[in-house]
Design a protein around this ligand. Structure first.
Ligand code: TRP
Length: 356
């Protein structure tokens, strides 16, 4: 997708987010949400403000929330990770610590929900190689990972992601901008399936993107905060680790602190992080620090992060010492996801005339 095309679908999605919020408030039971993360490392404060808060908000508004720990996506750009099971349990502990409530939400892993994965095959038949090849997010991920070759799974993972969304008939998918092309593909697959196999009584519904209103949070190097860039503040970091990471953050040589994201991305990132943690505007933080310079800004950021995340970190420490509980939560989530996926696959077989 070109930059221009991205902008128009982006605008439409942002516009729609406000309208959706009103609908959600009116009738939360009309929505089912699915989102997920790749188990590639610890969740960080960028995830918190960008997407986790949004999930909690939906859950607390009464929307049913499903969360996939995308362990088959995690193998698209890396070879087997010997630490995978620890990363998955760590991610689950992060979810629970931020407030995803396993009694209301369903947290599951790809690898344990066979019927979801089976949907990949009929879905693959509904898209062309040329369409898959055009996906800009896959292209940039391949470049970012510096892959010499692209695996078949990397190439087709957006189709697999459509199965994540459609297997449970989710109609609301909270995502970042980079995921919009995948969502468009899921909508296309739903439409084509209905046109081919369930004319007159559409079986899959059209999922909609819900873009987060939070700005993209920059990491300690002034670039987008990301698990793989080594520039993030993990939610689970201790107060001392936070101080160390933010202490090393890049700034610039201007003494007076201002909020100018274009001209001074590194400083603006620290200002924004402090503002988000304290629940105020970046301008207020910049005014408060003023001529006291970047050392004072870093000290403010460290204090704000540590304050904001102290309760979450305490909850997470308690969870980490109870691996049995975490295993039970995942087993339970997988069981619920399997029940939904089995039912969907059963209907898909009927619609595709594959009942023998
Ligand atoms: N691709 C998403 C990411 O990299 C993770 C993901 C997997 C996802 N399945 C999903 C997101 C379904 C939304 C819906 O962050």
């Amino acid at each position: 997708m070109s930059a221009v095309a991205m902008t128009s679908s982006q605008n439409a999605s942002q516009h729609r987010a406000a309208a959706l919020d009103a609908e959600i408030e009116r009738d939360p039971a009309a929505f089912r949400t699915l989102t997920g993360d790749r188990p590639t490392g610890a969740l960080h404060v960028g995830h918190y403000f960008g997407s986790l808060q949004n999930r909690i908000r939906l859950q607390d508004a009464g929307v049913e929330v499903l969360v996939v720990i995308a362990d088959y996506q995690a193998i698209t750009d890396r070879t087997a990770q010997s630490q995978l099971s620890d990363v998955v349990t760590g991610l689950l502990a992060d979810y629970l610590a931020v407030g995803i409530d396993p009694r209301r939400a369903t947290i599951f892993t790809h690898s344990h929900v066979a019927s979801l994965n089976q949907l990949l095959l009929p879905f693959l038949s509904l898209v062309s190689v040329a369409e898959i090849r055009r996906n800009p997010t896959v292209k940039s991920e391949v470049t970012a990972a510096g892959l010499a070759t692209m695996s078949g799974l990397m190439f087709t993972y957006p189709v697999h992601q459509a199965a994540d969304i459609l297997f449970c008939h989710a109609n609301l998918v909270p995502v970042g901008l980079d995921q919009l092309p995948h969502l468009e593909l899921a909508r296309t697959i739903a439409r084509r399936f209905n046109d081919r196999y369930s004319i007159g009584a559409p079986y899959f519904r059209q999922p909609e993107a819900l873009l987060s209103a939070a700005p993209v949070l920059l990491g300690t190097d002034g670039q987008k905060m990301s698990k793989s860039r080594n520039n993030s503040i993990p939610l689970r970091a201790t107060a001392d680790q936070t101080a160390l990471l933010l202490g090393k953050a890049k700034t610039d040589s201007e003494r007076f602190i201002s909020y100018e994201p274009e001209r001074r991305p590194e400083v603006a990132g620290l200002v924004m992080l402090t503002a988000l943690c304290r629940g105020c505007t970046p301008q207020e933080i910049a005014d408060e620090i003023g001529g006291r310079g970047s050392a004072a800004l870093k000290a403010a950021a460290i204090e704000a992060v540590n304050e904001r995340f102290t309760p979450l970190r305490a909850r997470r420490r308690d969870l980490a010492v109870d691996p049995g509980f975490l295993r039970d939560v995942l087993a339970d989530g997988n069981e619920r996801a399997n029940a939904i996926a089995d039912e969907t696959l059963r209907t898909v077989r009927v619609l595709m005339h594959q009942e023998y």
